[in-house]
Design a protein around this ligand. Structure first.
Ligand code: FAD
Length: 217
């Protein structure tokens, strides 16, 4: 896939609560594989950061799901963007994608926070996937767009609120719910979760060659 840097217009911004928001950006024919990320820079020519593509590969726009980081250089600026502003977009990048021969396998998608973004893209782009999505957040208000998923395929793990499918971290859920045989595991979010989940999955017989990870921070 050709990587390109171009100016793309902002088409909209949708607040999701708790400092998270979805930015819709002109696609300008950018090709990407579901699961990949792009670089987005709100100040042309200066700082850029990586963001997984949130929208489906069939959409004629690009969306990213962003959490505003306190004192961050880029994420607060993305939140201030207005329709018609331009951002630098470069990409696509990354290997967090489903390989051709892997589509029939059961997929275990494990995310923390905005790490749900590439899974939203994968699930919307490939409606026939046999997936289970485990999403860990602190509060119920951070279960971004959960109505986009089939209810019996998504498990919400809340570490600081009641009312989710599971009270506690995704890694605690994983310890009590062994990975299905023959599954492929995809992990996305903060590195502490990813290291711990790797070890738990290994102890459940999921080899490292069947685990894919995307570390956000
Ligand atoms: C491959 C890849 C894909 C990514 N995709 C996304 C995405 O889809 N959505 C998204 O919101 N972010 C994503 N990130 C993180 C993103 O690139 C930025 O790091 C983040 O937006 C903070 O940038 P900033 O300039 O505002 O903060 P900075 O000034 O760069 O950093 C401030 C501090 O915040 C920490 N930090 C970064 N992200 C978070 C977070 N979510 N919560 C708490 N602390 C954080 C950093 O480690 C750093 O210590 C991705 C990162 C990578 C490597």
């Amino acid at each position: 896939m050709i990587q390109d840097t171009r100016k793309h217009k902002i088409l909209g911004l949708r607040e999701l609560g708790e400092g998270a928001f979805v930015v819709r950006i002109e696609r300008r024919n950018m090709e990407f594989a579901p699961g990949q990320y792009i670089h987005v820079g709100p100040i042309p020519g200066i700082d850029r950061r990586e963001y997984s593509v949130y929208s489906s590969s069939d959409d004629d726009f690009l969306e990213i799901l962003v959490k505003e980081v306190d004192q961050g250089s880029v994420s607060p600026k993305l939140r201030q963007l207005k329709v018609g502003d331009e951002v630098d977009v470069e990409g696509p990048f990354g290997f967090f994608r489903i390989e051709e021969g892997d589509f029939g396998a059961p997929m275990l998608f494990i995310a923390t926070g905005t790490g749900i973004s590439p899974f939203h893209c994968l699930i919307k782009s490939y409606p026939d996937l046999d997936y289970r999505l485990i999403h860990g957040v602190r509060h119920k208000t951070e279960l971004y767009d959960h109505d986009a998923y089939e209810p019996d395929r998504v498990v919400s793990c809340l570490s600081r609120d009641d009312g989710g499918d599971f009270s506690g971290r995704v890694t605690s859920w994983l310890k009590g719910n062994p990975a299905p045989e023959g599954c492929l595991a995809y992990l996305c979010g903060n590195c502490d979760m990813i290291y711990e989940a790797y070890d738990i999955l290994g102890s459940q017989g999921v080899g490292a060659d069947r685990i894919h990870a995307e570390v956000y921070f």
